[in-house]
Design a protein around this ligand. Sequence first.
Ligand code: PLP
Length: 400
Amino acid sequence: MPEIADRLKNIAISASVAMTQKARDLAAQGIDVVGLSTGEPDFPTPPHAIEAAYAAALAGDTRYPPIDGTPALRAAIARKFKRDNGLDYAVSQIITAGGARQIIFNAMLATLNAGDEVIIPTPSWISYADIVRFTGAVPVPVPCHEENGFKPLPADIAAAVSNKTKWLLLNYPSNPTGSVASRSELQGIADVMLAHPHIWILTDDIYEHLLYDDCEFLTIAQVEPRLYDRVLTVNGVSKAYSMTGWRLGFCGGPAPLIKAMSNVNTQNAGGIATLAQAAAVAVLDGPQDLLKERAAIYRERRDFVLGKLAEITGLRCHKPQGAFYLFVNIAAFIGKTSAGGRRIGSDADFVMALIEEQYVVSVPGAAYGMSPYIRLSYATSMERLQTGCARLAAFCEGCR
Ligand code: PLP
């Protein structure tokens, strides 16, 4: 048989996708599974987005789109960056793609050569390191410890810089920890970057609107305008507007980089479905009240789950101020045996035993580059969270 390319040999199947599939498989067998692994909002897409897509289809907006995005969408994105982030991007500095994921993929493909290095504060979203490896470049993790809210120390970033460093990737609020970077923390990182002008900075702001406790969202180009020409500000409609299935991400950045990404886009996608673009204009320009309403619901869920976790002996969880994830420390369970007789030697063992014995699905911290932790998503109903927490408590109590 002809062979698959070498470049795929080191690329993992996303553990959160694998766990979500596991939950679906168990549910298909009629088992009452509590899925706490998924990274997607459980709210519906706003009706005005669906109406806009329908109207666009009826109006015949069904032909090949402009590769970089329709003029209407790119103008709406420019307005969004100005309104929410105080950033001025001309339409020529904006490009769209099939989700923030493809934006990041295109940016890396457009800029990385084999052997280049990309600094990734870790724990981090599963895909960053794999996307970097895909291009032949090397991910350089910078460990971010729980004591520091899972955020990087500027000195640690500085120590990871080499003459091969091409990018620094940032993501606040963070997947998997929910951590949010403050102005002074971003300034600390920015100061390191100012000393190293050969590095681009990508900030993945996809969880921008999932913020709690009156926390202020800031993005690095806004905090340090002197970095503006080296920053790619990435965002999308997936998480804020519950539009994961519409596959629409966007970014603003320096024109030469956007031009190179457009070149990649031309060959690998050819633009996003016109109907998704019409829907995105509707949500970006439409009423924004739903963002706060939904954030309030997520905050209530976060507080509920944190309260329940605090009652479980052995679990420890820092209080995140954003996204919809909890990154729970399970160190106290390493070396124990579950009620069902499963030895827990790692966070992956914990996650598997929890699925098999209590049908609660989570994701091991190892998948995000830090152990021993599990990631729980609270993007699900209060009823499911209550059941999930009760089962997690029963599982933990049964470990000896
Ligand atoms: N960035 C982060 C940090 C994520 O967690 C995710 C999805 O889980 C994405 C990007 C992907 O976003 P999109 O649906 O826009 O591709």
